[in-house]
Design a protein around this ligand. Structure first.
Ligand code: GDP
Ligand code: MG
Length: 691
């Protein structure tokens, strides 16, 4: 037999985790609102049956406000499935049941899965599943995607329910004038093909979608909007009374971790400490990634590559191969590509920490806190998610902006995200800064990350202050998740997928481009092979023409320009190009030129793939706007940076310090404003549980 089940529920209740467990796939799970922005489906075998499972974005009510919620609603209303698997979080049952009631009003087969039971068990409590199931008229399965998961029980319950679903009684509906609103809109409801009960209740709730589907019939009195909500919550209260029972003792470990979590909140989310703590944490991560451990591993790999180049060269010289081919293999391929691959350890370490920060719930708490500020500049906490993904890969991050419901906000997020340094820019930063600043390079790199953030905030603020690019009224709301200990499995998953993407890129596009650039840089149209840097190569001829444009920025030489051009295809190629054109010191000469080059690299168009993503999400016009914005901003900021540094004649160090100081001060001042922002409640139509 074939069955199709749909996983649904509020955001952050573990739907995607269960989806992964049930289908053993690897969708991105995040302790974050709205990670699943699209419908995902997979099939799995269970006891000889084919089970298709769909994972949907989380939402709070069938009356929807955003694009991702619309995906979920439409799937539930119009999709073909045998049963809904409704996922709740054990620690937030009351609020979770609100959406469930609306699904029960639809009268479709539903199985309720109470997830995160591990958290209740840890405090010596459990849920009376039978009592809950009887009260709601649905089967209830207790589970934990984290510990002791048993998918069989969920699937069996769903299969059984799809064959014969129970008669349900939702007593609160008797207090609503359902019959009369139905009679008054009978024709419209019949024509709309919506389920009569659902349509009637939603008409009472003044749901815009149902009202327009049913057509201009009889509009319900507004007092029923609040009344419906109140009745549902009243019913929930009666159902959940005494449903959580104590059956053991709270473990010592749990007591300790609860104390730790509330201590962490006191420090990490303290009005005045939140941002300094964030910067401190990030600095620590950077120091480990770029300063000590990361460079230790990178050094080892680089040494290995040097040995490989030398031994390959001495071996090939003995053969009869032409000199150019030997040089191509040794320097164009092994050295160039290996030089980029050497940064794998740093990328892995950075992602290790980001994975921990994200999965523990810290990043989403931070976004929750900053939501108010971002709203001021026409973005939202949701946009911050896309931007944080941008530290990984701009091209994929841009695609996650789809969940933003305000079009202007979405488009702006999409063109601003590439200002944040993706992991491909990281090898360039490390190698160039390392060559010129030695131990201080960690500071320089940290400064670049901060600069990226400042440019995003500043540009957004400028857009928002004008008329043309002002965001509309965003209806985004998010909730504060609790701290969770990240699972090893999940952290390894993130590490592996990032390492894999990086290595595939190095093995394909970086390799090919490197060979092409090496050939262009070592051959002349008239003389054939002439070696690198001799002055007449094809590449030098082309880039000499363009390079004067960059003279005011301090790196107006053909080598640097070539590196920038090659970076349009993929940022990883910038470094290998620099290496194959004589190395960092030969290309830049002095440290000011080098740091200006890094500032430019930080801000100019990340790669063609990102442009493609921008076009996909926001259209050609926005892509062109983004392209001009990025090239223009990169030029202006780099120029400003260089002039500031030059103004401090006593040395570039002071210049950088001054600029970084002002940048950090501006960012802190802006972010501290959030202290005065009022936080919005989650979209549960105002239940009493989340204030
Ligand atoms: P979704 O938004 O409903 O798809 O939720 P996710 O699957 O993305 O999970 C949200 C967060 O809850 C992640 O940090 C998960 O690791 C965590 N999580 C999911 N299931 C469980 C569970 O059974 N127990 C605990 N303790 N955490 C869970
Ligand atoms: Mg999800």
């Amino acid at each position: 037999m074939e069955y199709s089940f749909v996983l649904t529920g509020n955001p952050n209740v573990g739907k995607t985790s269960l989806f992964n467990r049930l289908t053993r796939s690897f969708e991105h799970v995040g302790n974050w609102h709205g990670v699943t922005v699209d419908r995902v489906s997979k099939s799995a075998k269970f006891e000889g049956d084919d089970i298709n499972i769909v994972d949907l974005p989380g939402f709070y009510s069938l009356t929807v406000h955003s694009f991702e919620e619309e995906i979920s609603r439409d799937e539930i209303l119009f999709g073909k499935y045998d049963a809904l698997i409704y996922v709740c979080a054990a620690d937030n049952l009351s609020r979770n049941l609100y959406l469930l009631l609306q699904l029960l009003e639809l009268d479709v087969p539903v199985v309720v899965v109470v997830n995160m039971m591990d958290e209740l068990y840890a405090v010596g409590k459990t849920i009376d599943a039978k009592k809950l199931g009887d009260a709601l008229g649905v089967p209830v399965v207790l589970t934990s995607a984290k510990r002791g998961f048993d998918g069989g029980e969920i699937i069996s319950a769903a299969v059984a329910e799809s064959k014969k679903h129970r008669k349900r009684d939702l007593p609160y509906l008797r207090h609503l004038p359902i019959r009369s609103i139905y009679e008054k809109n009978k024709d419209g409801i019949t024509k709309s093909k919506l389920k009569p009960l659902y349509a009637s209740v939603k008409l009472l709730e003044r749901d815009a979608f149902v009202e327009s589907s049913v057509g201009s019939g009889h509009v319900a009195e507004t007092r029923y909007v609040a009344e419906t909500v109140r009745l549902r919550y009243e019913f929930i209260d009666s159902v959940t009374e005494n449903i959580i029972i104590r059956d053991g003792k709270q473990s010592a470990l749990n007591k300790a971790s609860e104390a730790l979590a509330s201590f962490a909140d006191k420090i990490l989310l303290n009005k005045f400490l939140a941002l300094p703590m964030f910067l401190l944490i990030m600095s620590g991560i950077f120091w480990i990634t770029f300063g000590t451990i990361g460079s230790f591993f990178t050094d080892i790999i680089e040494k290995g590559i040097n040995i490989a180049v030398e031994s390959t060269e001495s071996f090939l010289v003995k053969t009869n191969l032409p000199v150019w081919l030997i040089k191509l293999v040794c320097y164009g391929i092994i050295d160039g590509v290996g030089g980029v691959a050497a940064f794998l350890p740093q990328i892995v370490i950075l992602f290790f920490f980001l994975a921990i920060l994200e999965d523990s719930g810290y990043i989403s708490r931070l976004a929750f806190m900053t939501d108010g500020l971002f709203e001021k500049i026409g973005l939202s906490g949701r946009a911050v998610f896309t931007m944080i993904m941008g530290f990984g890969c701009s091209a994929t991050a841009v695609l996650t902006a789809r969940g933003l419901d305000d079009e202007m906000m979405r488009n702006k997020t999409v063109v601003l995200t590439p200002f944040l340094p993706c992991s491909a820019r990281l090898p360039v930063f490390t190698a160039v800064a390392g060559a010129f600043f030695g131990k201080m390079s960690v500071l320089a790199i940290l400064g670049l990350y901060v600069l990226g953030a400042v440019v995003v905030v500043a540009s957004a603020a400028i857009f928002e202050s004008g008329k043309k690019l002002k965001s509309g009224e965003g209806s985004f709301v998010m909730e504060m998740p609790r701290y969770r200990i990240p699972t090893t499995e999940r952290v390894l998953q993130i590490l592996w997928s990032n390492a894999k993407t990086f290595l595939i890129k190095v093995g394909s596009i970086v390799l090919v481009l490197n060979v092409i650039i090496w050939i262009l840089g070592n051959f002349s149209l008239t003389q054939g092979f002439i070696g690198a840097g001799s002055g007449d190569s094809i590449l030098e001829q082309i880039c000499t023409v363009i390079s004067p444009i960059f003279a005011p920025l301090g790196f107006g030489n053909w080598r640097a320009v070539t590196a920038l051009m090659s970076g349009l295809v993929a940022k990883e190629v910038v470094l290998s190009t620099v290496n194959s054109l004589g190395g960092v010191t030969a290309v830049f000469g002095d440290s000011l030129a080098a740091i200006c080059f890094l500032v430019y690299t930080l801000l100019y168009v990340p790669c063609v793939a990102t442009l493609g993503s921008i076009r996909k999400e926001a259209g050609t016009k926005w892509m062109i706007f983004g392209l001009c914005l990025q090239l223009g901003t990169a030029y202006v900021v780099t120029l400003a940076f260089r002039l500031t540094a030059l103004a401090f004649s006593c040395g570039i160090g002071y210049g950088i310090a001054a600029v970084s100081f002002w940048a950090v001060a501006a960012l802190l001042a802006a972010l501290t404003k959030i202290i005065f922002e009022k936080r919005r409640c989650v979209r549960c139509d105002g239940c009493k549980h989340c204030g």
